[in-house]
Design a protein around this ligand. Structure first.
Ligand SMILES: CC(C)(COP(=O)(O)OP(=O)(O)OC[C@H]1O[C@@H](n2cnc3c(N)ncnc32)[C@H](O)[C@@H]1OP(=O)(O)O)[C@@H](O)C(=O)NCCC(=O)NCCS
Length: 159
């Protein structure tokens, strides 16, 4: 038997369903200053150009993270990716993003873009490890109370 077979206790990545929107909104709100409501997430995910995935525990009961990407022709943009803060750093973000990239590729997408705050080390590491490279920068893009505004980096990954 293959010694490194996936364990049945491992989290899984599945397509988003509207019943998961509330849990996704709670996870989004825990990480972002302006969280997206369950309705906003459900409406976005329902768009025909949007691909939405969730990371679930092995029992497929608890939402651990989610990601949304919009694709038009050969281009796509990662709209958001977020993992429950209590579950970060365990490979869930990588699994989610890799699943989205594979699914986008299967749809004929050859270039994927995203925007990330310059100081977001976890996200930048994840993106670079999955082949994204910086192609642009918007200086002083993210306003922050009492702090200098942070730059937004534009990253691209070619298939
Ligand atoms: C960005 C995010 C989705 C990454 O998900 P995650 O499950 O924590 O990441 P993973 O455990 O899959 O790690 C992916 C890679 O990034 C690296 N990484 C993870 N956290 C890191 C950190 N805090 N600092 C530096 N590198 C880090 C890991 O080493 C890993 O590389 P490896 O697979 O070769 O070991 C998650 O941190 C998150 O939800 N952040 C808040 C929301 C956010 O900022 N989203 C991105 C907006 S652009």
């Amino acid at each position: 038997m293959w010694p490194f077979a996936r364990s049945s206790a491992d989290p899984v990545v599945r397509l988003f369903t509207p019943a998961r929107a509330g849990a996704c909104a709670a996870i989004h709100a825990a990480s972002f200053h302006r969280g997206w409501s369950a309705q906003e997430i459900a409406s976005l995910a329902a768009e025909s150009s949007v691909l939405a995935h969730v990371s679930l525990d092995s029992q497929e009961k608890t939402v651990l993270g989610f990601s949304l990407a919009r694709h038009v022709g050969e281009e796509a943009e990662i709209l958001t990716i977020v993992v429950d803060p209590a579950r970060q750093g365990r490979g869930l973000g990588r699994a989610l993003l890799q699943t989205q990239l594979d699914a986008l590729s299967a749809l004929g997408v050859s270039e994927v873009f995203l925007e990330v705050e310059a100081g977001n080390a976890a996200a930048l590491t994840l993106y670079r490890k999955l082949g994204f490279e910086q192609v642009g920068e918007r200086k002083a893009y993210y306003a922050k109370a009492g702090e200098p505004a942070a730059a937004a980096l534009i990253l691209r990954r070619r298939a």
